[in-house]
Design a protein around this ligand. Structure first.
Ligand code: SF4
Length: 371
């Protein structure tokens, strides 16, 4: 099984912390969609398996009209084998999810929404320069449910300097009151080149406190358990096994094809990444010029990728497959290094996985196991 990711590189405004690829200039949106259609056809031999998830990410895919989404689907159906039980996710921002837009979305095959709420607190949202208000954050979820979207995920961010114990508790209470089956919760991080990094550098904003982020992560772990949710990845939680199929495929190293500027692809042996510039992507796609770079993965790369992806999840590393796939020296290295972190890792003959209470330290554990 495989997945397709479509990158929609447009946003209404720049959030202060974001380093994804997007443009706030929407004037070449239709040329970009035409280029995505061209790429979908050009890449039709990349996946040799049925597609079981399609993910519209960005940027802000909810800036697409329903007919634009359908145009992309028609193209995908023409060139790819699509599973009947497919998960099709659209990332959406709360300010776009009006009842009228949701009614239009219902006319597309989208069957899951991942809503970029980030916080239900107005001060947090203003600090992050989000385009929506706290009341839109809540009403967008209710609108989606009223329009028949049952499979919902939301994103929340913790560790903001505008947050505290009480506010985070309120955010989590609001989340659990809204009958949503999936949550992605991330710590606010400072990425180079963002407004947040610039403002911290200039002393306009105080540095983020690691202690606050860690305390709020622990607060989240407790709230999750109290509310019948399961943590299945460092930043992802669900109930009733409503795991995100698409993102889980990244962590399980199944092949995926990324279409659109800056999108990445993986076929098991190599990684590809598309040009991270809308105008050049459009020009190259329409002139038969190269639009991506490729890296063949060495055994060392594949080992490191396995650690980085699989050890983030509750599924961990399948040891029989690991031993079959990697050379003796890498397998020996893995088991030797495992001794250094053995109190943090669950191990039997079939699986090695980070214990739930240590998932937040998975980066450290991965570093210890690397070559
Ligand atoms: S809406 Fe999403 S992609 Fe766009 S700037 Fe904000 S965080 Fe980044």
């Amino acid at each position: 099984m495989a997945g397709i990711y479509i990158h929609i590189p447009f946003c209404k405004q720049a959030c202060s912390y974001c380093d994804f690829h997007f443009s706030t200039q929407l004037k070449n949106k239709s040329e970009l969609i035409s280029s995505i259609l061209i790429e979908a056809e050009l890449r039709s031999n990349y996946l040799n398996e049925k597609v079981e998830s399609i993910y519209f990410g960005g940027g802000t895919p909810s800036l697409l009209k329903a007919n634009e989404i359908n145009e992309i689907f028609n193209q995908l159906h023409k060139f790819y084998q699509v599973d009947s039980d497919i998960e099709i996710t659209l990332e959406a921002n709360p300010d776009d999810l009006s009842p009228a837009y949701l009614a239009e979305l219902k006319k597309t095959p989208i069957n899951r929404l991942s809503i970029g709420v980030q916080s239900f607190d107005q001060e947090d949202l203003q600090f992050m320069n989000r385009a929506h208000s706290a009341s839109e954050a809540k009403s967008s979820i209710i609108n989606a449910q009223d329009n028949g979207f049952e499979n919902l995920s939301i994103d929340l961010i913790f560790g903001s300097p505008t947050s505290n114990f009480k506010k985070w508790e309120e955010n989590l209470k609001t989340f659990f009151s809204l009958n949503i089956s999936h949550l992605s919760a991330y710590s606010l991080t400072v990425e180079d080149g963002t407004k947040l990094a610039h403002d911290i550098g200039k002393g306009k904003v105080k540095k983020l406190e690691d202690n606050l982020a860690l305390a709020q992560y622990k607060q989240l772990q407790n709230a999750i358990k109290d509310n019948g949710f399961e943590q299945y990845e460092v930043s992802n939680y669900c109930r009733n096994e409503m795991y995100a199929k698409h993102n889980s495929s990244y962590w399980k190293s199944t092949p995926y094809l990324g279409i659109g500027p800056s999108a990445h692809s993986f076929d098991g042996n190599s990684r590809q990444w598309n040009i991270r510039n809308n105008a050049i992507y459009i020009k190259n796609m329409n002139s038969n010029l190269p639009y991506f770079e490729v890296e063949e993965l060495s055994e060392e790369n594949r080992y490191h990728e396995l650690l980085i992806t699989a050890l983030r999840t509750k599924w961990g590393i399948s040891l029989p497959i690991f031993k079959e796939t990697f050379s003796t020296s890498i397998v020996e290295h893995f088991f030797n290094r495992l001794k250094k972190v053995e109190n943090r890792v669950f191990l039997d003959e079939n699986i090695a996985k980070v214990k739930a209470e240590y998932l937040f330290e998975s980066d450290y554990i991965v570093r210890e196991l690397m070559l």
